[in-house]
Write a protein that binds this ligand. Sequence first.
Ligand code: AP5
Ligand code: ZN
Length: 217
Amino acid sequence: MRIILLGPPGAGKGTQAQFISKEFDIPQISTGDMLRAAIKEGSELGKKAKDIMNAGGLVSDDLIINLVKERIAKPDCVNGCIFDGFPRTIPQAQALADADVAINHVVEISVPDDEIVNRLSGRRQHPNSGRVYHIHHNPPKVDGIDDVTGEALIQREDDKESTIRERLATYHEQTSTLVGFYQAKAEEGDDAPKYNKFDGTQGIDDVKQQILSVLKG
Ligand code: AP5
Ligand code: ZN
């Protein structure tokens, strides 16, 4: 099963991807996490991505498409995967279609802009696994510490209010057009990806139950 998670920064894509990954035993492919790992390693890709990410813009389609093509060729993707934060532009979506990567479900998680700033300022993340917490909505057992590894949690560099606003603007200008793109595709017939929209302002567990019930069919 292949699933695309679509939604603005802070909608809960990473949070829900981890539940879906466990339920269906398929990997989460977060282009944001992959880029952050590249920055940490100091690779060429990381050097190219760093300033763009900290300004809230989008890394070039060519770099992202190559990154994803390499990732989905790995053996753990044989039974499918969850795309978290990809595609983000029409050329990225087109590249998936041109490579005959069939998508079963597009899951849109919708949250209004006002709530996003509040959410992202309370986010904490475990850098190596990508595990996500929130200081109020999903706190770790011990403040500042990852539940699984006992390692320190960090705040993402792009979770400053000014950058969050830029990321939201980028979403509305460049990524929200994928809503219409995939809704139109869903009309194409039985083999087309199914499109479902979820209200991401509900509690984490409610959103999870609703998404899993649709995916389980
Ligand atoms: P990326 O890492 O994908 O960031 P994003 O899209 O801005 O999304 P976030 O990770 O901020 O939010 P999320 O929806 O995953 O929410 P989360 O579950 O963490 O991308 C970062 C950057 O990389 C981009 O800006 C761009 O520069 C670049 N990039 C990445 N992919 C690219 C691509 N394809 N093309 C070009 N450039 C690319 O939840 C957020 C917080 O809310 C957490 O604290 C969580 O605990 C909490 N929370 C979650 N759900 C709920 C709920 N229901 N109620 C209350 N709190 C909740
Ligand atoms: Zn994320």
